[in-house]
Design a protein around this ligand. Structure first.
Ligand SMILES: CC(=O)N[C@H]1[C@@H](OP(=O)(O)OP(=O)(O)OC[C@H]2O[C@@H](n3ccc(=O)[nH]c3=O)[C@H](O)[C@@H]2O)O[C@H](CO)[C@@H](O)[C@@H]1O
Length: 390
């Protein structure tokens, strides 16, 4: 067994950043390390914090809006950096792992000031703004796709293709066969719009499913995540179309929902795709058009090219188009099963383990040495070892 060390993870904002951080935390905790997660208020609200993870909430700012908003954001980032620095000094981590997004920024800046090696993880097929800003100084860059756009020059040597860590309960489904799908059996459809939900799915999906030929339509069973503002209208629409549907604003038991699903319809967020490919579920993806640098369209590309998904641009996503695509995929039970297999082939089930291995390679000082040498000497040793590993 490896020696217990301390690691700090920094993530916030949406489930897309938090869920890979939870998965890495679980793996590191299972290896006997102590792990602290630094997040923001929105991140703290995402369910699924693993037992034993210390959670710290820091102020964070987004560099958006007018001059006043940006100045306020800068102050919040600076204040967060100071608080993160105190935490790092007290906790003595071997490495800090950032999952992108503005909530991670103060902690990564503090890591630089404290000379703790920083590993950044990019979930998307385009490097995000904050990761781009941090990439050159990072000790390692973990990516989820073989091709990641907007990677700064000179970083290639420290890029490690890892994948997106998914939750353990999702990963256990990888060895289960695709649920039986026959010409007369149920067609179970799962619809989600990422962790925040997506209004366009509420508008288009019920009407699109209603347009399917009766031979498919009467076999439908839908589970759909909706924004709170849309849920009653969606309920009415399914009732009107006489399609059985279970609705919710956020399903905490996503693994069970995925296990049952024959077909997924939804956004192309990084964790959504990582889960679909871990489990092997065919999908119709509608990338969020306003995602920075169109990263959701880039995320969908590999799965679509492999034959595991169809990607529809939002401006082409109408009830007619959705019905046409579902018919093409589900008219033949074998075709849907094949697409499921193509999706499965795109999975990277070892992502949490591989990311934990990478993070552990930044040896730092073992906990016993921290106790023996005192904090200052240990941090110096940590910087030296990490430099050698990088
Ligand atoms: C709107 C937005 O900016 N989205 C971005 C955000 O992810 P966002 O959180 O929107 O989307 P992701 O697909 O990455 O993650 C969603 C996660 O929430 C879970 N879930 C969803 C619905 C539900 O009812 N229950 C549930 O558990 C999913 O299973 C998944 O694990 O960060 C991702 C990673 O940087 C990006 O790829 C997305 O483009």
């Amino acid at each position: 067994m490896s020696v217990s060390r301390h690691f700090v993870l920094a993530a916030g904002g949406t489930g897309g950043h938090m869920i890979p951080a939870f998965a890495l935390a679980s793996e590191l905790l299972a290896r006997g390390h102590r792990v602290a997660l630094v997040t923001d208020e929105r991140g703290r609200a995402i369910p699924g914090v693993p037992d034993g993870l210390d959670v710290h909430v820091l102020p964070a700012g987004r560099m958006q809006g007018g001059v006043f908003a940006r100045v306020r954001a800068l102050f919040a980032i600076w204040k967060g950096r100071g608080l993160a620095l105190s935490l790092l000094r007290e906790f003595g981590p071997s490495a800090v792992v950032g999952f992108g997004g503005y909530p991670a920024l103060p902690t990564l800046l503090a890591a630089r000031a404290a000379r703790v090696p920083a590993v950044i993880h990019e979930q998307n097929a385009v490097l995000g703004r904050v990761n781009r800003f941090l990439a050159k100084k990072a000790a390692a860059i973990a990516t989820a796709y073989a091709r990641v756009e907007r990677m700064p020059e000179g970083c290639a040597d420290k890029v490690h293709l890892i994948g997106n860590p998914v939750r353990a309960e999702v990963l256990t489904l990888r060895d289960r066969p695709y649920p039986a799908f026959t010409a007369n059996g149920l067609l179970r459809v799962l619809v989600t719009g990422g962790s925040q939900g997506a209004a366009i799915l509420s508008k288009v999906v019920p009407d699109g499913l209603a347009l399917l030929p009766e031979s498919i339509r009467h076999r439908l069973q839908v589970t759909q995540q909706c924004r709170a503002a849309d849920i009653e209208a969606v309920r009415d629409a399914y009732k009107r179309h006489e399609i059985p549907a279970e609705l919710g604003t956020y399903f905490e038991d996503m693994a069970e929902r995925l296990a049952d699903a024959h077909l997924f319809i939804g956004r192309a967020g990084a964790s959504t795709i990582a889960e679909l490919t871990a489990v092997g579920r065919p999908a119709i993806l509608i990338p969020l058009p306003i995602a920075t640098d169109d990263h959701q369209a880039a995320n969908a590309r590999d799965m679509a090219d492999a034959g595991g998904a169809r990607s529809i641009r939002q401006d082409k996503f109408t009830p007619d188009e959705l019905a046409r695509q579902i018919e093409a995929m589900a008219a033949d039970p074998e075709a849907l099963g094949n697409a499921a297999h193509m999706a499965w082939n795109c999975g990277r089930p070892d992502a949490a383990k591989d990311l934990a291995d990478l993070v552990e390679s930044f040896g730092g000082a073992p906990l016993m040495d921290v106790i023996r040498m005192g904090r200052g000497a240990a941090m110096e040793a940590g910087t030296r070892t990490a430099g050698a590993a990088a």
